[in-house]
Design a protein around this ligand. Structure first.
Ligand code: ATP
Length: 149
């Protein structure tokens, strides 16, 4: 009989970094696994970091861009299975809306295959996972509210 999988918990944090371009709002997605998936930039909390600190650091590392947190967008949760290690992992990811300050997507790190700006509508169509898509939909709604103020 196969041994039951060990259970593990992980917490990551990431962001929807945006800038205006004419009438459009652009956001950054990163591609991973050879371009198979398009995701929001995110990563594991380091020891002593708050989720806000991690979001700013991971967005900078994975997308090459510096941003300032505007507000929290929400959390997502998912399970994934690490086959060779027989581990089932429950992951929570905190997401923040971040205003672009500086930097270039060409400076993304090796953990991602590319980092690219898309209109928020294109990004919603392109993003691979349902949870990330929910976060982008929320970001679009919030950015419209902010723009109307
Ligand atoms: P991190 O970026 O937090 O350091 P990682 O790159 O080690 O994490 P994940 O991105 O969580 O790991 O990927 C682990 C597994 O979960 C992969 O199989 C991936 O395809 C899947 N996955 C990634 N993001 C999501 C999501 N939003 N919803 C469901 N499954 C996801």
């Amino acid at each position: 009989m196969t041994k039951p999988a060990a259970l593990k918990r992980q917490t990551s944090s990431g962001g929807v970094i945006y800038k205006k371009s004419g009438d459009d709002i652009l956001v950054v997605l990163v591609s991973v696994r050879g371009g198979k998936f398009w995701c929001l930039p995110k990563g594991l909390l380091d020891r002593g970091e708050t989720p806000e600190m991690t979001a700013v650091r991971e967005v900078r590392e994975e997308s090459g861009l510096s941003g300032r947190i505007v507000e929290k967008l929400g959390d997502i949760n998912y399970w994934y299975y690490v086959k060779g290690d027989n581990i089932k992992c429950r992951k929570t990811v905190h997401f923040y809306l971040m205003e672009y300050l500086s930097g270039d997507t060409a400076d993304h790190d090796f953990e991602v295959d590319s980092a690219e700006w898309f209109t928020i509508d294109e990004a919603i169509g392109k993003i691979s996972f349902k949870g990330d898509k929910g976060i982008l939909l929320k970001a679009r709604a919030r950015l419209r509210e902010i723009a109307d103020k």
